[in-house]
Design a protein around this ligand. Structure first.
Ligand code: GDP
Length: 173
């Protein structure tokens, strides 16, 4: 089981769709309105694993977000990795920090995925990546030391992330 968390509008449903579009049984609703995903959605990918789509936090987050997500993450069984999405255009925001602190507190193995990398110039993207990488190196314990920059529009980085997910879920044979 892997789960995806991130601020509303970070590009979570688009990423899940891009990652698992080859698996026909995965149907992802991509919302136009921020904060659309109010419940946790569970998707089964083949027989192999389950993807958990967490409600977006931050802007218009459901009030019971903290209760629901924290309870799930604390009690989680067979949760192999948590993918924490950060918008590469704006970098780590206050609510992202709260989520990072939560992952650290619960000692979850988590991975930071930088979304929407097609949106900024190479220079801006590089600056953000270096800054976030530095943050990961200096301030985190449980975070995977490698960032995954992706675009759900150009599919840049999608294949690598797919392979990584296959690997951590034991499906890379
Ligand atoms: P969610 O609220 O986190 O599920 O975010 P969505 O997947 O619904 O995406 C929010 C908005 O960002 C939508 O308008 C998407 O079309 C846009 N978006 C998502 N991923 C990308 C991306 O990789 N590149 C660009 N340019 N836009 C994206």
């Amino acid at each position: 089981m892997v789960c995806f968390i991130g601020r509303s509008n970070v590009g979570k449903s688009s990423l899940i769709k891009a990652l698992f579009s080859l698996a026909p049984e995965v149907e992802v609703r991509v919302s136009k309105k921020p904060g659309h995903t109010k419940k946790m959605n569970f998707f089964k990918v083949g027989k192999h694993f389950t993807v958990v789509d967490m409600p977006g936090y931050g802007f218009r987050a459901p009030e019971d977000f903290v209760d629901m997500v924290e309870t799930y993450l604390k009690e989680r069984r067979n949760l192999k990795r948590t993918f924490l999405l950060v918008d590469s255009v704006v970098g780590i925001q206050k609510t992202d920090n709260t989520a990072i602190e939560m992952c650290e507190e619960f000692a979850l193995p988590y991975v930071i995925v930088l979304t929407k990398i097609d949106k900024s110039s190479k220079g801006h993207l590089l600056k953000q990546v270096l800054q976030i990488q530095k943050f990961v190196n200096m301030k985190t314990q449980g975070c995977f030391p490698q960032l995954f920059p992706v675009s759900a529009v150009t599919f840049s980085g999608i294949h690598l992330l797919r392979c990584f997910i296959a690997s951590v879920t034991g499906n890379l044979d």
